[in-house]
Design a protein around this ligand. Structure first.
Ligand SMILES: [Zn+2]
Length: 303
């Protein structure tokens, strides 16, 4: 072998070594690459990214719960869905969690007389919610946080969560049902403010201002009609219709974007805090499992 041939061989070997080094580089680079930006939207993730999302969220998934119902004369039918998704998605961006797609299959029998209401039967509401959370859990969501956006679900959701004790589940259902800060922020102008009123209209001015028709808000009455004469602690299903037959409670024309921003920021911050607390909760699932085990042989349970 001539010196020239030897140096050529050396060059080829060197090139080969460089190529090996180059091909090894991506793997090394991957190890030091900062975390991949992952969507919080369940439906936007690829299958592989979904696996990473579940890992990153420590199995914490959000189920924002809306509804389709009349919202006074000035807000869209999907107000609760649009608002709750705005809050939940922004919260999950702050404290990573996987957010389930649009869900609006809740309790709204009291608005069946108004156009555009979708009111599923009682059995279907419970069955669909159970199968949805079961399917979420089968995909790794060990902690399912239902973020409620609709007042008419306030009995359904605690009942659903409590009924998870009827048989073993390998996941925990958490319910967060607050949408409006108890105090603070710009002074409110109205005292009745339960549905499509000052607060809800203000929040929609942040979530989806393009859907708010403020000029129509005074076109119907959202006053309390007081049509039932019963003590406050007696409940009937018709109470809402008795008080607010037009499915409007309050006065949306008092809404402002300033109040909306204060309330929406509070809502997002509150949901983010709850996600953090849920991630840190290592007690509930253990206690559920202990409970399920004991409930198989109640006579052995000792105080
Ligand atoms: Zn609403």
């Amino acid at each position: 072998m001539t010196i020239r041939a030897r140096s050529t061989l050396f060059s080829v070997l060197l090139l080969g070594l460089q190529l090996v080094a180059l091909s090894a580089r991506p793997a090394q680079a991957q190890a030091v690459t900062p975390q991949l930006k992952l969507s919080v939207h369940w439906e936007e993730l690829t299958a592989a990214d979904f696996r990473e999302g579940i890992h990153r969220s420590q199995g914490t998934c959000l189920l924002p719960f809306g509804i389709l119902e009349k919202h006074g004369p000035h807000l869209p039918l999907g107000t609760d869905l649009l608002d709750v998704r705005y809050a939940a998605l922004h919260a999950a961006e702050r404290e990573y969690a996987v957010v389930f797609p649009e869900y609006y299959f809740g309790q709204i029998a009291e608005a069946r007389h108004e156009p555009g209401t979708i009111a599923y039967s009682r059995d279907l509401q419970l069955a669909l919610l159970q199968e949805t959370t079961d399917e979420m859990a089968r995909n790794g969501c060990r902690k399912i946080l239902i973020v409620n956006g609709h007042g008419g679900n306030e009995s359904l959701l605690p009942y659903f969560a409590q009924s998870q004790l009827d048989k073993p589940h390998d996941y925990v259902v958490y319910v967060f049902d607050e949408r409006t800060p108890p105090s603070g922020g710009p002074a409110k102008k109205t005292s009745i403010d339960m549905h499509a009123g000052e607060s809800e209209t203000s929040k929609m001015m942040i979530a989806r201002p393009d859907t708010v028709h403020l000029d129509r808000a005074a076109g119907e009455s959202g006053a309390d009609q007081h049509r039932q004469n019963l003590p406050d602690d007696v409940y009937t299903g018709i109470w809402w219709y008795a008080r607010f037959p037009f499915h409007y409670s309050g006065d949306g024309s008092a809404a402002t974007a300033e109040l909306g921003k204060f309330q929406m920021d509070w809502w997002i911050e509150s949901v983010a805090k709850v996600i953090k607390a849920v991630k840190a909760d290592d007690v509930s699932l253990k206690l559920q499992n202990e409970f399920y085990e004991k409930s198989k042989h109640p006579l052995d349970t000792q105080p």
